[in-house]
Design a protein around this ligand. Structure first.
Ligand code: AMP
Ligand code: ZN
Length: 473
């Protein structure tokens, strides 16, 4: 809100309580969405590993204009449709090593809470019903409207005249927004009873209602991608603060968007990527995660997918592969010296306070979540440590410091420097076909398959047992 770096202090002095606007479950999340979710995860991990317990709530948007539209088009019930995409989201999150939020409430399951909030807003004079049975928030009734997105008063006076039914709109149409939308034919079976007639809640209301239910009137921090500043978060503040009379969140944490090859990611531009697609191209979730944390959250991150000839070579992911292998190599060397084969668990690391040579890298995270600086300092520390001169005890200490910052970044290290990732099934199928071709002494085919595997970023090495797949350096 202030655009300044300030200390984070939990309101209750014990636990840092924060809310993240979650995914709209109407399709696969794209890698831009995951920039936001991954950095929110690094934020939580950094809090926890610095000794401050966190309480993380992230909702599921499973009823809005888009989920209703696309579930109808697919011929499935809203619940079936959104359950499917929720499960897919969870699978991607697990692969990307995101900690599950402590609570993941869904909008559909909180319709009564939303209705109660509308009633309260109407009683307090902040909302009105329209002739068709919709209810709108009266923007002019809330004095602080526009504070977060810094809309000036002129824009407000000029804009806040009509009422808008759509969930999403631009700053130039500041207007009364829908809290409750009267039932329309195209909504199909997706309507609920309310004191104002049949209909469904507007999108902005769900977060206010769920924040109130699970975090109370005031909590520590609220987060989302930068596109949510206006109108979504502005509207959330107006709803919540008009009801409670208290500040909704002490801090707002907004993530700048991911760009692809310098432009906005969109299906029509052909630069829309999901984790699945990148895995099919031979990359691991850890490699994507590395790329997503490689820029500071307030800077745009340009994901380079294509080379100068327009070929999809994913140089950023190849760079991440090398970096992860360097980290894995260090782990192998320091682990051997420390003489403890097991990797420290997250719980062990929560108790670790000593960062050893990696302390300054961890401090980069504590200072405005500077992930690129943290990564840079990790590599500087690795270079400065002369492992062969360390005693096993000192090696164990350095190793714990290293893992503490790696865990805060949420990077899963490849098991050895070479096995950076399990090969995706397509690559394994090609390798199986190559083995069959070799067994049949069809050398031309086996060479062709080796080249195809190589073009997808993998190297197949023949071993006594058969073959081994390694990501290419
Ligand atoms: P949605 O599923 O559209 O509700 O978005 C989920 C989260 O992803 C929200 O916090 C969005 O602000 C965020 N988001 C959407 N597009 C991008 C992008 N290109 N880069 C980073 N975050 C994004
Ligand atoms: Zn929200």
């Amino acid at each position: 809100m202030s655009r300044e770096v300030c200390d984070l202090q939990p309101r209750d002095g014990k636990t840092y309580r924060f809310y993240c606007c979650g995914p709209t479950v109407y399709g696969p999340a794209h890698i831009g969405n995951f920039r936001t979710f991954v950095l929110q995860d690094v934020f939580r991990r950094s809090l926890e590993l610095s000794g401050l317990p966190a309480f993380h709530v992230r909702n599921l948007t499973d009823v809005d204009d888009k989920t209703i539209r696309d579930s109808q088009a697919s011929g499935r019930s809203l619940k079936d449709f959104t359950d499917h995409w929720r499960d897919r989201f969870h699978t991607d999150c697990d692969k990307l090593n995101l900690l599950r939020p402590h609570l993941e409430p869904s909008a559909v399951e909180h319709i009564p809470h939303q209705i109660a909030m509308i009633r309260e807003l109407m009683e307090k004079g902040h909302a009105y019903a329209s002739a068709d049975g919709s209810v709108y928030y009266r923007v002019a009734s809330f004095e602080g409207y526009g504070r977060l997105s810094r809309l000036d008063q002129r824009e407000l006076r000029e804009g806040a005249s009509g009422a808008v039914a759509d969930d999403e709109y631009d700053k130039d149409s500041v207007s009364d927004f829908a809290l409750w939308k009267a039932r329309r034919d195209e909504d199909g079976a997706n309507w609920w009873d309310s004191p104002w007639g049949q209909g469904r809640p507007g999108w902005h209301l769900e977060c206010s209602a769920m924040c109130r239910e699970y975090l109370g009137d005031s909590f520590d921090l609220h987060s989302g991608g930068v596109d949510l500043v206006f109108p979504h978060h502005e509207n959330e503040i107006a709803q919540s603060e008009a009801c409670s009379g208290h500040v909704m969140a002490d801090h707002w944490f907004h993530l700048t968007h991911l760009l692809v090859d310098g432009g906005k990611m969109s299906k029509s531009a052909g630069n829309f990527y999901t984790l699945d697609q990148l895995e099919t191209a031979g990359f691991s979730p850890a490699e994507l995660r590395y790329v997503l944390i490689s820029a500071h959250y307030r800077q745009p991150l340009n994901f380079v997918a294509k080379d100068a000839d327009g070929k999809e070579t994913f140089p950023a992911l190849l760079g991440a592969r090398q970096a992860l292998q360097r980290l894995a190599k260090f782990e192998a060397v320091i682990g051997a010296k420390a003489g403890t084969p097991d990797m420290p668990t997250y719980d062990t690391l929560l108790a670790a306070k000593d960062g050893a040579s990696f302390q300054s890298a961890f401090e980069s995270l504590e200072n405005d979540l500077n992930t690129p600086e943290a990564l840079g300092r990790v590599f500087t520390a690795i270079k400065s440590i002369k492992v062969d001169t360390l005693s096993p005890k000192d090696a164990a200490r350095e190793r714990l410091g290293f893992h503490r910052v790696v865990a805060a970044l949420g990077l899963r290290l490849p098991v050895t420097g070479e096995q950076a990732a399990e090969a995706p099934s397509e690559i394994q199928a090609l390798a199986e076909a190559r083995r069959d071709a070799k067994a049949a002494k069809n050398w031309a085919e086996s060479d062709r398959l080796r080249n195809e595997i190589s073009a997808l970023g993998w190297e197949v090495k023949d071993t006594k047992e058969g073959y081994e797949l390694c990501p290419k350096n």
